[in-house]
Design a binder for this molecule. Sequence first.
Ligand SMILES: [Zn+2]
Ligand SMILES: [Zn+2]
Length: 209
Amino acid sequence: MIEKWGEKRARIYGDLLESLSLILLLFLIILLIAVWISGKSCAQIFLNQAGLSSNILWYLILATVTAFFFFCGLGSRYENAVNYYISSRCTNCSRDFAREEFKRPLLKEVSTPEKYEITRTRYWKCKFCGLEDYRTEELDYNNHKGKKGKQKKSTCRVCKREFSMLEYRDPDVKRKSNEETTVRHYKCLNCGFREITIEKVILEEVNIQ
Ligand SMILES: [Zn+2]
Ligand SMILES: [Zn+2]
């Protein structure tokens, strides 16, 4: 749609639709004030379902509300289309609808003693000039550092020393839909062997009555 129209026209059209919905809103307010002023008699007539003039007023209000939402929706759709259009433009050769994702996004989890971050990197390539580009964004899976557990130290699988495996830093906790995953980090105090455990818990909504 925008390819045919050009960005400027689409943007103007989107703005126009938005101002149109504002005008409609104003019109609606004026109508409501008119109803409020003629209040008593109007309501009476409306209840009796007689009085053609007041009915027309109500229909007008209904139509205005409908039109308002219609134009609002249309306006935001134009805005989205314009945004998509701009994001697909190549920064090197300035051609439109040029950028395409050329490989799968890279999901990365970074765990340090202090933080637990999940990022996604998306890779783009211009199909005309071949310019490659990537963007990394942080994802929110309610990921955070948890608290170390209080379980007994276990035996090391490598050096077989008893009670030597220690949880040496706070676990990484994330939540995806209703599944909570906790990754715990252990280290052998004797030989330095490191190990992680992954706990998955399905969180169910419980209705207590
Ligand atoms: Zn290009
Ligand atoms: Zn060990």
